[in-house]
Structures are given as C-alpha cells and as structure tokens.
Design a protein around this ligand. Structure first.
Ligand code: NAP
Length: 319
C-alpha cells in the first residue's frame, strides 16, 4: 500500500544536516541526483553549537553559525531540498530500496540513503552547561583548544577520551585540571601513565562539577562537590572540556549493520555500510578523528559513490 505522504521519485535521502549532510546535498545536486535532506533542527549540526572555528581551510576564523549558513546556501544553490522533520527509522525493503520514516508521518523511498546524523556528546546536565556552550564549555579539544592559550582550564571525565584530550590541551593551556568523579580512572594504563607524568595536568579525584558560572565573556568558575565526603568548593577556570561519552546516532538503522562496540558505523572506502545502498559519512562513522574537514571529506566520497552505485544498479536492471 502506498502512503499518500510517500515520496518515491528520489535517488537519495540524506539524513542529517550537519557539514557532512550539507556537503553531500551540494554534491548530489551537482551530480543531478534527485535528493532530499531531512534535518530535525536547523541545518548546521554541531556548527551551531560552536562559537568560533579556526580549523576549516579558507577561513582563518569563522563563526560556527556563519559557516552553517554558508554551507546551507551553497547546498541550496545546487538545488538541495531541505526538509525539517525527525527521521525515526530507515528500513531496507526486499526490492533493495529504502523506506525512511519521519515523526510527522511522512515516508520517503529511495534506492540509496546517506546517513549523516552525527552523534551526541553526553552532557553533564548541570546549570550553566548549555548557557556557556561555545563560550568556555566545549566537547572538542581539537576544535577549541587553541582558544585557551596560557589559560587555566578543566577536563571532566576519566575515560580514554578525557585523558587523551587533557594531554592534547596542555599544548595550549598553562594548566589542565582533570576532574573525575571516582578515585581511579577508566582510561588505559598507558594513557594514565602519560597523564600522571605530565607536569601541566593535575587530577582532582572523587569530584563532580555541580555548576558552571561566568559572565558575558565566558566561563569563570566551576562549583565542585566531593563525592566521598560531600564537601563543596569552587575552581577558577576559563574553559571546561567535557568528555563523559559520545553516542553516535546510528540507532536509526533498523536492519543489522556492522558497527564497533560503541555503535559507530563501519563503512568501506566508498562510505558504504554493510547494507548495500546505505552510506554513512561524518561523526557517526568509525574513524580516527571527527572534524568538520573529515565530515565533508567523507560526504564528498559518499555522494560520488552514491552516483556510481545508482549507475551500476541501473545498468544491472537493464541487462
Ligand atoms: P568512557 O570510556 O565511557 O568514559 C566516560 C568517562 O566519563 C568515565 O570515566 C565516566 O566515569 C565518566 N562519566 C560518565 N558520565 C559522567 C557524569 N555524568 N559525570 C561525570 N563523569 C561521568 O567514554 P570515552 O572516554 O568517550 O571513550 C569511549 C570509547 O572510545 C571507549 O571505548 C574508549 O576506549 C574509546 N576511546 C579510545 C581512545 C584511545 O584508545 N586513544 C580515545 C578516545 C576514546 P566512571 O569511570 O566513573 O564511569
């Protein structure tokens, strides 16, 4: 049965409107593919949570929202159709096409889907975290570390990410406090040994952040609570990097697909997942690093691979 709100004259449905999705939509348009991009919020993704960007070639410094706007305009200039809706599920049908279902009840059908839905850093959920996001609160050391040259900053978490990123941040910061809620780290022994040997890093054990405060210029202070004895204190810092987990938004895929232990999607070098016709690009893919540049690189490969996949499919069906 065909749903009245079903759209099936499409080549590709792009799910997610961050840098990867917008770049893929631009390439799809240039490749004369019939595509739509579905994004639940405003196009831009994590760019919209980032104040300043200084590591995107061609822009020595650009505001995240300005880059998001430019990428959106660029995609639209090549015909991208951007729909604001929430994708709830991606199902592969017996005929090899995909059914993409949204919260508003729309169904989109296409022979290929490109999943660029990114991931979500786990939030602390304390007062001030959202207010100072991009103004001292960060979830990405490579993106934001350089803004904290010779400053005193904190990292929250005790896993590999927190320990590795604390070490990375010492190249900029004068001092890095690592705040961990227990008395031992979850991170690997090798990373721990490096951390303890680093004179710029001081671990604050058994402690959780209860509030982030500041002024219009950004973060100024953290309120802390000792988890062992309940005592409270404050710590003056100008930045706080939170690494308490990251969840790739890969649970939209309803059939079995290859992924790693943390749920990141495994692809081949054309960005195709273990499900034929389902491609993935950007932060939800297994890879060494997650940057704007890697997201658009993945997306470029994926969009071109989609074109080739469609051509091969057409050739096969006409045999
Ligand atoms: P993770 O290993 O799950 O560690 C999360 C850390 O955050 C834990 O120390 C946890 O504390 C803490 N935490 C969680 N919720 C918290 C909260 N609400 N408040 C305060 N602290 C909280 O996550 P990850 O470090 O992002 O690593 C994810 C995966 O990627 C892991 O498998 C990791 O090995 C891998 N990874 C590997 C590397 C590497 O090998 N170089 C680098 C990065 C990530 P508790 O310990 O008390 O639970």
């Amino acid at each position: 049965m065909t749903d009245s709100r079903e759209q099936s004259e499409l080549d590709v449905v792009i799910v997610g409107g961050g840098p990867a999705g917008l770049c893929a939509a631009m390439y799809a348009g240039r490749g004369m593919l019939k595509s739509i991009l579905i994004e639940r919020g405003l196009p831009g993704g994590e760019l919209l949570n980032t104040e300043k960007i200084e590591d995107y070639p061609g822009f020595v410094s650009v505001l995240g929202r300005d880059l998001a706007e430019k990428m959106t305009e660029h995609a639209k200039a090549f015909g991208a159709e951007i729909i604001q809706d929430n994708v709830e599920g991606i199902h592969r049908q017996e005929d090899g096409t995909f059914r993409v279902e949204t919260s508003s009840g729309n169904v989109y059908r296409a022979p290929t889907v490109l999943l660029t839905a990114g991931g979500t850093p786990t939030k602390l959920g304390v007062p001030g975290e959202a207010e100072y996001a991009g103004r001292g609160v960060s979830y990405c050391a490579v993106c934001d570390g350089a803004f904290f040259r010779n400053e005193i900053i904190a990292v929250v978490g005790g896993g590999d990410a927190a320990v590795e990123e604390a070490a990375y941040l010492t190249r900029y910061a004068e001092k890095v406090y690592l705040i961990h809620r227990r008395d031992s780290l979850r991170a690997s022994k090798l990373l721990q040994d490096r951390l303890f040997a680093d004179p710029k890093i001081e671990v604050i054990w058994d402690t959780e952040v209860t509030e982030i405060t500041g002024d219009p210029g950004g973060v100024k202070e953290l309120s802390l609570r000792n988890t062992a004895d309940g005592s409270t204190s404050t710590l003056s810092v100008t930045g706080v990097f939170i690494f308490i987990g990251f969840r790739p938004n890969s649970d939209l895929i309803k059939e079995h697909f290859d992924h790693d232990a943390a749920g990141y999607v495994i692809t081949d070098d054309r960005m195709m997942t273990s499900i034929p016709g389902l491609f993935a690009a950007g932060d939800l893919r297994v890879q060494l690093t997650r940057q704007i540049t890697t997201a658009v690189g993945d997306a470029t490969t994926a969009a071109i691979a989609v074109e080739k996949y469609l051509a091969d499919r057409k050739a096969l069906s006409s045999v």
